[in-house]
Design a protein around this ligand. Structure first.
Ligand SMILES: [Zn+2]
Ligand SMILES: [Zn+2]
Length: 188
């Protein structure tokens, strides 16, 4: 596959994207502002404890992108994505910053939104194209909302109940002190 360092915008015009052959785009929060914005949104912790935030934040996305045309689907876009994310969230036991890493891969295709009005597509949320399964999205007015769908895909996999370290002692259920940081008369 061809390697290319062309930027991908938050919303990209379909015609600007590679035709007939997949091209690989290596994006990261460092070179792509809208990825940095998603990472910033996912980093959800009490900023009072930001001195505890020391590990590296990361959001990279390797995208294989191709648009093509066939008689059945007209003009469509395929995106295969491998993303890697490292972020801080709040520990569900004690609310201290909790470091999480994850990798999420997905494949989506975009069809013209005229298809979304057809009865046969009403119930469809995935499609087989070129012998591979893709989650189904629709584009409107030739716009591909990269930021929106990548955010949506990764959001589903964020760790729902993060614990900041194994054996976190949580908060005292009577006075509320963080038992990792101090003790109280209820927990002797
Ligand atoms: Zn904790
Ligand atoms: Zn207490």
């Amino acid at each position: 596959m061809e390697q290319q360092n062309v930027e991908v915008k938050a919303v990209e015009r379909l015609q600007r994207l590679p035709y007939e052959n997949f091209q690989t785009f290596e994006l990261s929060a460092d070179n792509t502002p809208w990825l940095a914005e998603i990472l910033d949104e996912f980093c959800d912790y009490d900023k009072d404890h930001s001195d505890m935030v020391k590990k590296q934040l990361r959001f990279t996305a390797k995208l294989d992108i191709k648009r093509d045309i066939n008689p059945r689907f007209k003009e469509y876009l395929l995106v295969k994505a491998d993303t890697s994310l490292a972020y801080y969230t709040s520990c569900t036991r004690c609310l201290l910053p909790s470091y999480e890493k994850l990798k999420v891969s997905f494949a989506v295709c975009f069809l013209n939104d005229q298809f979304s009005k057809l009865e046969e597509y009403e119930e469809e949320d995935s499609l087989i194209i070129e012998n591979e399964e893709y989650e189904l999205y629709y584009y409107t007015k030739q716009n591909i909302p990269f930021k929106e769908f990548i955010r949506e895909q990764v959001l589903m996999y964020l760790t729902p109940y993060s614990i900041h370290e194994k054996g976190c002692k949580g908060l005292c259920n009577q006075c509320g002190v963080n038992l990792n940081l101090e003790s109280c008369k209820h927990n002797k």
